[in-house]
Ligand binder design. Structure first.
Ligand code: G6P
Length: 371
């Protein structure tokens, strides 16, 4: 009913709007005033965590893209190598695991069969398993050595939104916690990033307040039948998620690519009028920014309609953008929390405009409990 949807037309829209709270609630109680992480629920001892020499992050669907984001952040903060793998591939390739491997699984439902099977396999190989999960008491956390719950609240729409942002936050919390356990050397950086993280709900709220910009883009692109999403660094999983959302909801061809791979194939599909979304990393220290700006020029020179997501004040993209979505200033590693939001809104709006059932897309299930 409309009441259950808080007056929104779709659960998905309601859940998109709940994201500032999902992020804040997932941080709640997990840090102290003086900028330290605390994970009272962590069932692995500091000694066990200090012993970890490799992390393998495993998930399916949207949760897999959260795992991709986690790799960039956790490796940067902890210097522990992180492999990211689809649950359905993991146990069929004879993966290398032992007591010092931490397997991190990410699942909204806690019931995805491939992810569960990956956990069982990992534990047989003596790896420790920590699950990031949104559903209390579900099978995956019950079968794991440790759990970090995401506090996004129940997610009803088949396409995941608020659970995704909460998963990314839980991965950051885990990464910062591991960095803290590993040594005080990272102390200042942890406190700084934690402050930035605590500020993200307000930044996400701004993306919601500016949703009309995205609605207008969806209306302008009416009729498009194929979409490309480009991103680099943590913007790459954001691009993949933007494409997945659109595919799931609008039943159209949408593909995400690492922007640096443009010349290795994707540029061949660019033709007159194809919408290309580009997630631009924050300018500054990072030379990757200029490279992504060149990618925008390259696709536009071949007739693409560019929809550019760039940080406030990044004037360098303006000449090459047919449409602009401004993002609040946040550290590069946290940018997925803001950049994902307009892509979710776009997919929702575009699908609704085609007359599709946004909450129950054809052929998809909320939880895939068969292999
Ligand atoms: C299904 C859902 C997706 C979800 C994926 C993984 O495909 O439709 O939204 O991302 O399963 O589910 P999980 O519950 O393990 O996160």
């Amino acid at each position: 009913s409309a009441a259950q949807k808080d007056g929104y037309e779709w659960y998905m829209l309601k859940e998109i709007v709940e994201q500032p709270k999902a992020v804040a609630d997932t941080l709640l109680g997990r840090h102290t005033q003086d900028g330290r992480l605390q994970l009272d629920e962590m069932r692995l001892s500091d000694d066990e965590l200090r012993n970890v020499d490799k992390i393998v992050a495993i998930a399916c669907g949207t949760s897999y893209y959260a795992a991709m984001v986690a790799k960039y952040a956790i490796e940067h903060w902890t210097r522990i190598p992180v492999e990211v793998e689809l649950a359905s591939e993991f146990r069929y390739r004879d993966p290398i695991l032992d007591q010092s491997t931490l397997v991190v699984t990410i699942s909204q439902s806690g019931e995805t069969m491939d992810t569960l099977m990956a956990i069982r396999y990992a534990r047989q190989q003596k790896a420790r398993v920590l699950s990031i999960c949104n559903t209390n008491g579900s099978t995956i956390p019950r079968e794991s050595d440790a759990v970090i719950y995401t506090h996004a609240g129940p997610e009803v729409a088949v396409a995941s939104t608020k659970a995704f942002l909460a998963q990314i936050v839980a991965c950051y919390v885990l990464g910062l916690y591991l960095a803290q356990v590993k040594g005080a050397k990272y102390g200042d950086e942890i406190a700084r990033i934690l402050d930035d993280l605590i500020a993200t709900p307000a930044a996400i709220q701004r993306m919601l307040d500016e949703a009309d910009v995205v609605r207008k883009i969806a209306a302008d692109l009416n009729g498009a039948r194929s979409f490309i999403f480009l991103g680099r660094h943590v913007g790459y999983p954001v691009a993949l998620e933007g494409a997945l959302k659109l595919k799931e909801l609008a039943y159209l061809h949408a593909e995400g690519f690492a922007a640096g791979e443009l010349k290795h194939g994707p540029i061949a599909v660019i033709e007159e009028g194809v919408p290309v979304f580009v997630v631009v990393p924050p300018p500054g220290r990072n030379e990757v920014h200029e490279k992504v700006v060149s990618n925008i020029q390259e696709v536009r020179a071949r007739g693409a309609r560019t929809i550019v997501l760039a940080e406030d004040g990044d004037e360098s993209v303006v000449p090459y953008a047919d449409h602009l979505i401004w993002l609040p200033k946040v550290p590069t590693l946290l940018q997925p929390l803001v950049a994902t939001v307009p892509l979710q809104i776009f997919a929702c709006e575009f699908a609704a405009q085609l007359g599709h059932d946004v909450d129950q897309p054809r052929n998809l299930a909320k939880s895939v409990t068969v292999e």
